[in-house]
Design a protein around this ligand. Structure first.
Ligand code: ADP
Ligand code: MG
Length: 329
């Protein structure tokens, strides 16, 4: 008899969920990015019980009934179809794994309606298997409700941190998405208490809503985003927000360029507040290296470094020749 067997899908989904749904924050990131990929300009996230119960609603494209039922299958995606598409990504999602993974470790309901359809649909799934599908009436868009995250994987559930820790991680993820998706209105609510609210009225207004007046007034625009003055230096690198093609990334190359750009302006142990939006040909980057898609590989690090560093040099060259005058009201 063979010793090797192909795992049952219900087992392989739970294993995959270990990578996609590390914690409530990473789950919320996936759901949020689905809403953004669906073209939503308003997204509301309500979180309860330390992130074990989550409801996220958007006003995006919605799904037809068949798509809704397929959406929780593994490798089911509307975003790519050929292998060339993987290297030409215009969307956050492409793996078709998030809903399959999340639903396999929770009780999920999806309520959705497209603008082309007169009726909406609601699907209920427990541990990834569909329990019920019904017709409902609702607005255009999608609402996904997760209940009892990790209820069928008690070992994973044990690794959840205390509520405040999970909430901090969630807030951090939502803030990073809200900052770059400044034309979308975000609402984040923890146990009925508002945490983040942006109105989707442009980058500067969003910075104001997320970080307050003092930060906005000490920021200046440069070619690839916003650079903070020495008035708002921080004690950690966490306030260097770097995005490549609207994706928040950790990149040593970009971070190095920013720090080198500030050079002598930084005191020891102090770091700048900066928002870097880099746009590059999707072919030049590989976001496929890590399931969380947080690490990117550039096909040419040196070009990226030089692009940012020289824009900063130009900026500071001009800066030193004029008084610090905020160009933002
Ligand atoms: P991926 O985002 O990689 O395609 P997911 O598992 O996250 O995979 O989602 C599967 C599919 O379900 C998506 O490709 C999309 O067609 C659909 N979908 C998921 N969330 C939404 C949403 N909020 N609005 C509309 N469609 C959605
Ligand atoms: Mg997705």
């Amino acid at each position: 008899m063979n010793k090797i067997k192909i795992l049952d899908e219900s087992v392989s989904n739970i294993i995959a969920a270990g990578e996609v749904v590390e914690n409530p924050a990473s789950m919320i990131k996936e759901l949020l990015e689905n809403s953004l990929d669906a073209g939503a300009d308003s997204v509301k996230i309500e979180v309860f019980n330390g992130g074990k119960d989550v409801k996220i609603s958007d006003n995006g494209s919605g799904m037809e009934k068949n798509d809704m039922m397929l959406s929780i299958e593994r490798h089911a995606t509307s975003k790519i179809s050929t292998k060339d598409d993987i290297f030409n990504l215009m969307t956050y999602g492409f793996r078709g794994e998030a809903l399959a993974s999340i639903s396999s470790v929770s009780k999920m309901t999806i309520s959705t309606k497209t603008k082309e359809s007169n009726v909406g649909y609601k699907l209920t799934a427990y541990a990834g298997s569909i329990r019920n599908v019904e017709e409902i009436s609702r607005n255009n868009g999608t609402e996904i409700e997760i209940r009892d995250l990790f209820y069928n994987t008690p070992a994973r559930k044990k690794f959840l941190r205390k509520e405040s820790t999970e909430y901090n991680k969630i807030r951090d993820i939502v803030l990073k998405e809200a900052l770059v998706n400044y034309d979308t209105a975000f609402t984040l609510i923890f146990d009925d208490k508002p945490s983040i609210k942006t109105s989707g009225k442009g980058i500067e207004n969003t910075i104001l809503e997320l970080f307050g007046k003092n930060v906005l007034k000490n920021l200046k625009k440069f070619e690839h985003g916003y650079l903070g003055s020495v008035e708002i230096l921080r004690s950690s690198k966490d306030y260097i927000f770097t995005y490549v093609n609207k994706r928040y990334v950790k990149s040593n190359t970009i971070e190095r360029a920013v720090l080198d750009g500030y050079y002598t302006k930084l005191m020891k142990g102090k770091y700048p507040f900066a928002v870097i939006f880099l746009n590059t040909d999707p072919k030049e980057i590989d976001v496929n290296v890590h399931p969380s898609k947080k690490i990117v590989k550039f096909s040419n690090d040196k070009i990226i470094y030089t692009q940012i560093k020289s824009a900063m040099d130009d900026y500071f060259y001009l800066e030193e020749r004029r008084e610090w005058q905020p160009n933002i009201d």
